[in-house]
Design a protein around this ligand. Structure first.
Ligand code: SF4
Length: 324
């Protein structure tokens, strides 16, 4: 029996599987052992997209999805199917084979972000905020990483007194990298400038670090993250807030508020009020800047913007009072 340590990622499994196939080691002779992310030596060369092995694209896509499933048996199952593909041929994928069918079911669970490994194994213990950001770039804790361009991690001062948490990156953030750099970011910047809060002195992040969207033609339409998405990504925001320890925490929108204040939080009734949470003695929720943009007409947008700005003024006043 050969014990094979791998990080819980498709790429790590792929590298190991390639070596096992080369050495002609059958699935029954392999014991897969997961080790923490970052604990294996860096590979000498990047793995080829198909691992250098001729297998159907449908298998590679399926295996990539199943790699995110939390079932520890997934590694041996995808290796068994890979092994048989190299011997029985690519027809195996379309024959209703029980192992392939099981992989298909697991991949479907991953697509709904049920039964995923979550960000937990990717969060390095004892890391700084910069260390978290670097590690998050490799996160494959849920299905969103398979479709988005990149991880959009928090940016700002590690000693910021005010931390703002939004929902998830949008289209522009996904393409550019930092949070709040698209149209919603422009609304936020305008409101911050009006109340005298300097963006460069804040720390701004999101509850979910990858862009969730529905493709429509060439466009990518924002999809609201659900409880499963937020739960999968939660280890990152928890690690950030534990390090940042802000004096004031501002939740931008209902998604962030429910994630950090509680599921019963009601934005329309409770926005603009300071509450004590485990993250900050003063935690407040207000509108997400994108809600301003979604206002049905100019008057509605102006009203929503006014409420966002007034809530942020409370934050600026609080911070200002405490420096006097
Ligand atoms: S959304 Fe969060 S948990 Fe999911 S892959 Fe991205 S960083 Fe990881």
């Amino acid at each position: 029996m050969r014990e094979v340590p791998i990080e819980p990622t498709f790429e790590s499994w792929q590298r190991a599987a390639r070596g096992l196939l080369r050495d002609d080691v059958g699935p029954a002779d392999v014991a897969w052992r997961e080790v923490p992310v970052g604990s294996l030596p860096a590979p000498a060369e990047p793995a080829a997209a198909d691992g250098g092995i001729r297998v159907p694209r449908s298998f590679v896509d399926l295996a990539r999805g199943v790699a995110i499933h939390r079932d520890p048996a997934r590694w041996s199952l995808i290796y068994e199917v890979l092994w048989r593909l190299t011997r029985e041929g690519r027809e195996l994928m379309g024959q209703g084979d029980p192992s392939v069918e099981r992989l298909v079911r697991m991949e479907a669970e991953v697509r709904e972000n049920r039964a995923v490994i979550t960000a937990g194994p990717f969060v390095p213990p004892g890391a700084s905020v910069d260390g978290l950001r670097t590690a998050a770039a490799r996160c494959a804790g849920c299905d969103l990483s398979r479709h988005a361009t990149q991880t959009v991690f928090g940016r700002g001062q590690a000693d910021a007194r005010v931390v703002m948490v939004g929902e998830q990156p949008g289209d522009q953030e996904d393409l550019k990298g930092p949070p709040f750099v698209g149209p919603a970011g422009e609304v936020l910047d305008r409101a911050l400038a009006e109340v005298g809060l300097a963006r460069e002195r804040l720390y701004v992040t999101n509850a979910v670090k990858h862009f969730k969207f529905t493709p429509r033609g060439k466009r990518r339409i924002h999809a609201t993250p659900g409880p499963a998405d937020i739960a999968a990504c939660r280890p990152w925001i928890e690690a950030e807030l534990e390090l940042l320890h802000p004096e004031v925490l501002v939740c931008l929108g209902a998604t962030a508020a429910r994630a950090l204040i509680g599921p019963a939080f009601r934005l329309m009734q409770q926005r603009g009020i300071f509450l004590e949470t485990r993250w900050a003695a003063r935690t407040m929720a207000t509108f997400h800047p994108s809600a301003v943009l979604r206002g049905e007409d100019d008057a509605a947008q102006a009203r929503l913007y006014g409420m966002l700005r007034d809530d942020l003024r409370l934050v600026a006043d609080t911070i200002g009072r405490e420096t006097q």
